[in-house]
Design a protein around this ligand. Structure first.
Ligand code: C2O
Ligand code: CU
Length: 566
């Protein structure tokens, strides 16, 4: 027994040493670099040039482990200014790495490089990255997969294999021309020409039969499908013919699992789905099409991909999943109301029970007097959008730079904490005097560690529709939602404060409201906006500044040396 006594401490030391070593390595890992390129591509039988990362569309997947910090050099080898945002990564104390143009940095100019530091904390599951300048994100995006810590498991059966499904939106013309035309005419954008699954439109478009994504599977197994809605302007229904989906996670957090035939996913959201290959070996379509909540024109096409079983003996023609119809709000709501945090011992929910900062925000599409020669709306007006009647104007240096260096005149801190006028927000025939927003660069300042509740109130101005509101720097608990006007007395009584879902992008229902809660424990400058790109461009945005707290762990990091200059 003698020698063993010495062996154990040695083993402990070895494990400790290597544990430490692993810690040091995972504290800052360098990732293969990203290059913005102009890449020729053919889709729907037409050639065009798109912006990509490393020539790939969708772009490369970023793999991380729980709690990692990754340093990734991003170089601009194209002629177009851009930035990258790591959607859903909290970037604790590091707004410098967050990416939204003119909010936390100035763009990376042609020829320049910026080393993004991507700081993961408690995210686990699927997130994504995308360009955050004009409409470049249409083709510049990819998945982020965050694996559990070494030695930790998924809180569900281990899948045989994982694969990613990125839902995108495709225009035959250059997507930034679509944006420019929209701003010139003051109307809505041209509808897209296709939706895509992993960059391919699929079998149901003219001239696209072979442009289809295929995933080969074995029968009797479980697969993990990581679903991302990277579309620009559309909420989507998604499903797989004859296969139930088991939703186990969303926006980089686990959920209480449930089975469903379809999901409704808004732009910005991600979902982790288990699929059991328990059907007759055959070929099955996965498919997605729009969920249109209002009366706004939309792309009514369907994108498909193939789930193909191994060793098929006789194959019939693949069946298409029956998804809810385009305007099936009940189906969308029936799905959304099932979302709940896992709230287990290992993955607890920490929803703030008491609130010291209440914010109430009216979310509206609006109109404003035309500023170009060619507006298409009646009375020479153009479309606009606002939060609490403020249509956000981007400054020309970043808000983070102005804030950290104390530069005046770039933004003001008067973003209203409640709507400037109370009216029947969700009523019909609202007076035209409510239409024109103020155009300002206004931010909301929050004290470190305050417990915040934001109620987003949809309105029926111009045309009520769903708004996927996204907050940078945080995930938030969705404690309640409903139709009509929010009632500050009665609605909070029914909030779910036990196991509300913890997400980073929430759909504000058409002519309804949603309430979210979070603790403001991440100091920095954090963009908040609708993730429908046309609404972002019209000004449905604001910025939260969370002040530093006491002590070094409650303060923003200093700026990196290579931050792109303004
Ligand atoms: Cu998906 Cu402001 O971002
Ligand atoms: Cu919106």
């Amino acid at each position: 027994m003698g020698p063993r006594k010495g062996l154990l401490p040695l083993l402990v030391r070895l494990v400790l040493f290597h544990g430490l070593f692993i810690c040091m390595v995972s504290a800052k890992r360098h990732h293969q670099s990203f290059e913005l390129r102009e890449t020729p591509i053919t889709r729907l039988c037409e050639n065009k040039t798109i912006l990509t990362i490393n020539g790939q569309f969708p772009g490369p997947t970023l793999h991380a482990r729980y709690g990692d910090t990754i340093v990734l050099n991003v170089t601009n080898r194209a002629k177009h200014n851009f930035t990258i945002h790591w959607h859903g990564v909290k970037q604790l104390r590091n707004p410098w790495g967050d990416g939204p143009e003119y909010i936390t940095q100035c763009p990376i100019q042609p020829g320049a490089t910026y080393g993004y530091e991507i700081v993961f904390t408690d995210e686990e599951g699927t997130l994504w990255w995308h360009a955050h300048s004009d409409w470049t994100r249409a083709t510049v995006h990819g998945a982020i997969v965050i694996h559990p810590r070494i030695g930790k498991k998924y809180p569900f059966v281990k899948p045989l294999k994982e694969f990613t499904v990125i839902l995108g939106e495709w225009w035959k013309s250059d997507v930034n021309d679509v944006l420019q035309e929209m701003l010139q005419t003051g109307g809505g954008p041209n509808n897209s020409d296709a939706f895509t699954i992993n960059g391919q439109p699929g079998a149901l478009y003219p001239c696209s039969k072979s442009d289809i994504f295929r995933e080969k599977v074995f029968p009797g197994k479980t697969y993990l499908l990581r679903l991302i809605n990277a579309a620009m302007n559309d909420e989507l229904f998604f499903g797989i013919a004859q296969h139930r989906l088991k939703l186990v996670g969303m926006d980089g957090k686990y959920l209480k699992p449930f089975y469903t035939d379809y999901v409704m996913i808004t732009p910005g959201q991600t979902m982790d789905l288990l699929i059991e290959t328990n059907q007759t070996p055959n070929i099955y379509y996965m498919a997605a099409h729009a969920y249109s909540s209002g009366n706004v024109p939309f792309d009514n096409t369907t994108t498909t991909a193939i789930l193909e079983y191994a060793n098929i003996t006789s194959s019939s023609s693949p069946s298409i999943p029956t998804l809810p119809t385009f305007n099936d709000t009940e189906a969308a709501n029936n799905f959304t109301k099932k979302l709940k945090s896992l709230a287990s011992e290992e993955h607890p929910a920490f929803c703030p029970q008491t609130i010291n900062k209440h914010i109430y925000i009216a979310v509206s599409v609006k109109t404003k007097p035309c500023e170009t020669a060619s507006c298409v709306l009646a009375n020479n007006r153009s479309l606009s959008a606002s939060l609490n009647n403020i249509s956000f104007v981007f400054p020309n240096i970043s808000i983070l730079q102005a804030y950290s260096q104390g530069i005046n005149g770039v933004y003001d801190t008067r973003f209203p904490k409640r709507p400037p006028y109370y009216f029947n927000f969700t009523g019909d025939n609202l007076p035209e005097t409510l239409l024109t927003p103020r155009r300002e660069t206004q931010v909301k300042v929050l004290k470190f560690n305050s417990t915040v509740e934001i109620v987003y109130q949809g309105t029926s101005l111009v045309e009520g529709e769903n708004h996927p509101l996204h907050l940078h720097g945080y995930s938030f608990y969705v404690v309640g939602w409903g139709t009509g006007n929010w009632d500050s007395v009665n609605h909070p009584r029914n909030y779910n404060l036990v196991d509300p879902p913890l997400i980073n992008t929430v759909g504000v229902p058409r002519k309804g409201w949603v309430a979210i809660r979070f603790r403001a424990n991440n100091p920095g400058v954090w963009f908040m906006h609708c993730h429908l790109e046309r609404h972002l461009s019209w000004g449905m945005d604001t910025t939260l500044i969370v002040r530093n707290g006491k002590g070094p762990d409650a303060k923003m990091q200093p700026p990196p040396a290579d931050l792109p200059p303004c």
